[in-house]
Design a protein around this ligand. Structure first.
Ligand code: ATP
Ligand code: MG
Length: 239
């Protein structure tokens, strides 16, 4: 029998206030340990979809299931406790806290001794965070901030990591280093759903691709296939 899906998004419709159909019926599946890149034009609803999965937005129709159990309607904290960590596009660190304090905040759901051990492990894994542990997070470079945001999310040892445009605003070199870090986290078995403008880069480290256009899934498939598809390249990847 094949593995059961980790995440199932079934016909999700939702949005904000009067604009309550930004997502116009999204369905997608992610198997355990897999990585999918979500790409598509500005305003397609990519961030909205991640917010719906994380519980920051309540769909008006459809269901979202983690390991077969519904997440829809649970508060964000309960969804985090189920093993879903969300790194939003903006405001994903506490600028005035130190690097170490930020990591500790990532572990707010956990008992103190475990938090201390995990902070140490993450600083060993991302040496730049150890180096800057006593510095206010606002003093970090853009790339270092994104590494910190991701490390905070890893404090809960998520089964599913949701990343919204982690490379936004980074230099090509910093983006490359960040993608290496994301690929390493994925290689250890964490399932990842990553929204990226940097579509070709994202599809090169993901196994699957989901193309969102105007609140709908326009294409899904193997990431390599989508990255090589002439129509996808022309329409969405500027190539
Ligand atoms: N808080 C909000 N209130 C009302 N409308 C919103 C809100 N956030 C986003 N929208 C609208 O929802 C639509 C989808 O936005 P979303 O941020 O999900 O797009 P996106 O695909 O992530 O785009 P981008 O590539 O620019 O990040 C847009 O039309 C946007 O204006
Ligand atoms: Mg977005």
């Amino acid at each position: 029998m094949p593995d059961a899906p980790l995440l199932q998004v079934e016909g999700v419709v939702g949005g904000y206030g009067a604009a309550d159909e930004i997502l116009k019926g999204i369905s997608a599946t992610l198997m355990p340990g897999r990585m999918a890149a979500i790409v598509g034009p500005n305003g397609a609803g990519k961030s909205t979809l991640l917010k719906a999965i994380a519980g920051l937005l309540k769909p008006k129709a459809g269901r979202i299931l983690l390991e077969g159990a519904p997440l829809t309607g649970l508060p964000p904290r309960a969804i985090a406790a189920r093993g879903v960590a969300f790194v939003p596009q903006e405001a994903n660190i506490f600028p005035s806290l130190t690097v170490r304090e930020n990591l500790e905040m990532g572990g707010y759901l956990e008992p103190r001794p475990r938090v201390v051990a995990k902070v140490e492990a993450l600083m060993a894994r991302f040496p730049v965070l150890a180096e800057k542990r006593r510095r206010a997070a606002r003093t970090l470079s853009g790339g270092q901030r994104q590494i910190l945001a991701m490390a905070m999310a890893l404090m809960v040892e998520p089964r599913l990591l949701l990343l919204d445009e982690p490379s936004a605003g980074l230099s090509p070199k910093a983006a490359e280093a960040l993608f290496d870090g994301i690929a390493a986290i994925h290689a250890e078995g964490t399932a990842i759903l990553m929204v990226e403008q940097n579509a070709l880069e994202a599809l090169s480290i993901a196994e699957e691709g989901i193309v969102l256009v105007d609140g709908r899934v326009a294409r899904t498939g193997a990431a390599a296939e989508l990255a090589g598809d002439a129509e996808v390249r022309r329409l969405f990847l500027g190539g």
